[in-house]
Ligand binder design. Structure first.
Ligand code: HEC
Ligand code: HEC
Length: 196
């Protein structure tokens, strides 16, 4: 569980009261088995709870389909049809009843040569943002349009991604991110501003 993300979702009207959350739970969060779609699943499915909700579960494909509908009812931001089918294929391969297949590279991410895209994947940004539509946060194209021609925009966006913030797009706050380096923040900000 990520408390700041939860606070943001609570304001978005999405969150729920965690039954028994302790700060120690974060450290124990295990990675999902690496395979095609694991990075996307991680980004979309860990906004509200740890990965171990998934890793301790073994379901058939129809049951995972039902689970995704259930998560949507619980407030998961909408998935595109492509995203839903990638996540469903991943879950029903690696978290099916029986022994899971051996881990392999997430070829769906490896096929992205765009380093910024990889950073967005790895830092759960895509759980709340898409390029061309609003999810919990503004669409990146909308952000680029708002700051077009603003010379200070790269620095401003880098700072907001680092510290989090609210008020520019509404009352839902964005949690901060202390893991990204200055160079990564600058390249993400530049990439966002380049979305036309
Ligand atoms: C908007 C918040 C939210 C998002 C996003 C979300 N979930 Fe959940 N999920 C919940 C809630 C609430 C529960 C029920 C309470 C609990 O077990 O913590 C739950 C429970 C579960 C459970 C049952 C856990 C168990 O031990 O019985 C599974 C499996 C699960 N989620 C999988 C997923 C998957 C897969 C995704 C991504 C496709 C996802 N969740 C995204 C809110 C969310
Ligand atoms: C829990 C949801 C959530 C996550 C995770 C998240 N954001 Fe946001 N983001 C938001 C919200 C909500 C806003 C609007 C905040 C506001 O109104 O100022 C926002 C705003 C932004 C903006 C516009 C800032 C501005 O000053 O106009 C950018 C750029 C951005 N986010 C990028 C990112 C990146 C990059 C990541 C990953 C490192 C990320 N976000 C992770 C919810 C999120």
């Amino acid at each position: 569980m990520k408390p700041r993300v939860l606070a943001a979702l609570a304001l978005a009207g999405l969150a729920f009261a965690p039954a028994a959350w302790t700060p120690g739970a974060l450290a124990e969060n295990k990675q999902l088995i690496s395979g095609p779609g694991s990075t996307l699943t991680n980004a979309k499915c860990t906004l509200c709870h740890d990965n171990d909700h998934i890793s301790r579960t073994r379901l058939t494909r129809p049951e995972w389909e039902e689970n995704l509908r259930n998560m949507q009812q619980r407030g998961m931001p909408p998935l595109t049809a492509d995203e839903a089918s990638t996540i469903l294929a991943y879950l029903s391969t690696y978290y099916a009843p029986g022994e899971p297949p051996a881990a392999t590279a997430d070829t769906l991410v490896a096929s992205t040569t765009d380093p910024v895209r990889k950073l967005l994947d790895a830092n759960a940004c895509l759980g709340c943002h898409a390029v061309d539509q609003k999810l919990v946060g503004p669409g990146f194209r909308e952000v680029a349009a708002k700051y077009a021609g603003d010379a200070g925009a790269t620095a401003r966006l880098a700072a907001e991604i680092r510290s989090g913030g609210k008020g520019s797009w509404g009352e839902i706050p964005m949690p901060g991110n202390s893991v990204l380096t200055d160079a990564e923040l600058a390249s993400i900000a530049g990439w966002v501003l380049g979305q036309k």
